[in-house]
Write a protein that binds this ligand. Structure first.
Ligand code: GRG
Length: 294
């Protein structure tokens, strides 16, 4: 099976779980659930859920456990997209080829839908259906909170907002992106090891893979912002240049940024050497990330 087919198959499985975790009901607050479903069930690439499922499969983790963690992580990712699109942040009208949440509903509903997706994610991780061992569940909650919070994604977003006001150097952009994009990707890769109670060396190898993959993912995103097709990507392009933001592409230029992304992927794949054939989906995903057109 090629990587696109593997991603699509995993995306279908995660979407089924998301559907069951965000059930429609007809209480007066149904509009909130509708907005949560609108964003979480829309057609993203589901890269992070794929990383959770693929890392979990290295350690023979029960499939339903991995899918619940994958769904919880996708909820956090979707919350970040909803809030990132708000007028106070990127002020975007298009996401995943659809009107953004605040355009489809309204700003207040979009804020609440993001908040509720974030909290639902932790509720799912803490539930006994996610793992039989409460220490594993607690570890997942702790790691996702760290990855999503001030020392991870939200902190990175703060740095990103500040970057509109002063030019960043390469080291600062790298730190920002490790926090904003890299932290959730690192959680996704480590989650399989946590669920499978894997050895420290296996966990470290996955984190090293995630480290390089996260940066390469962001460089690919920066390149798409410059060269990508708006319709295919499903969101507005040319935003970084318009905002005068320093990115890997503005700092290195298109060709060097692309070369850097390939170098990072070669390095990422080398970190998987300790795993046998079973890590093939993670290897294929790494190359997909830098060759994607959306
Ligand atoms: C507002 C709390 C808060 C955080 C925002 C992740 C983020 C931080 C903002 C999203 C905007 C952005 C371009 C972030 C860089 C990471 C990234 C490339 C996100 C898009 O992820 P994909 O490509 O999207 O996996 P899909 O739609 O496929 O899930």
């Amino acid at each position: 099976m090629n990587i696109e087919a593997m991603l699509a198959e995993n995306a279908r499985a995660v979407t089924v779980v998301l559907e069951s975790l965000l059930p429609i009901h007809d209480d007066p607050e149904a509009r909130l659930i509708e907005a949560m479903r609108y964003s979480a069930l829309s057609s993203g690439k589901r890269v992070r859920p794929f990383l959770v499922a693929s890392s979990a499969s290295l350690f023979d983790v029960t499939k339903s456990f991995a899918l619940r963690v994958a769904a919880a992580l996708e909820m956090v990712h979707c919350y970040s997209l909803i809030h990132d699109d708000l007028p106070a942040m990127d002020d975007d009208e298009l996401r995943r080829g659809l009107p953004t949440c605040h355009v489809q509903y309204d700003e207040a509903t979009a804020i609440l839908a993001g908040d509720a997706l974030l909290t639902r994610a932790f509720e799912v991780l803490a539930d006994s259906e996610t793992h039989t061992d409460p220490r594993v569940r607690c570890d997942l909650v702790w790691r996702l909170a760290r990855a999503a919070g001030a020392e991870g994604m939200v902190g990175g977003q703060m740095l990103d907002l500040m970057a509109e006001r002063h030019t960043l150097e390469m080291e600062e952009v790298t730190r920002l992106q490790r926090m904003k994009t890299g932290a959730l990707i690192a959680f996704a890769c480590e989650a399989g090891a946590v669920l499978g109670k894997a050895s420290d060396s296996a966990r470290q190898a996955l984190l090293a893979y995630a480290h390089d993959l996260g940066l390469a993912f962001q460089i690919a995103d920066d390149l798409l912002d410059v060269e990508g097709d708006e319709e295919e990507i499903g969101k507005k392009t040319g935003k970084d240049a318009a905002a005068g933001k320093a990115t890997f592409v503005t700092l290195l230029g298109v060709e060097r940024a692309r070369a850097q992304s390939y170098m990072l992927i070669e390095q990422a794949v080398q970190h998987l050497e300790i795993f046998p054939e079973s890590a093939q989906p993670l290897r294929s995903l790494a190359w997909y990330v830098v060759n994607r057109s959306h």
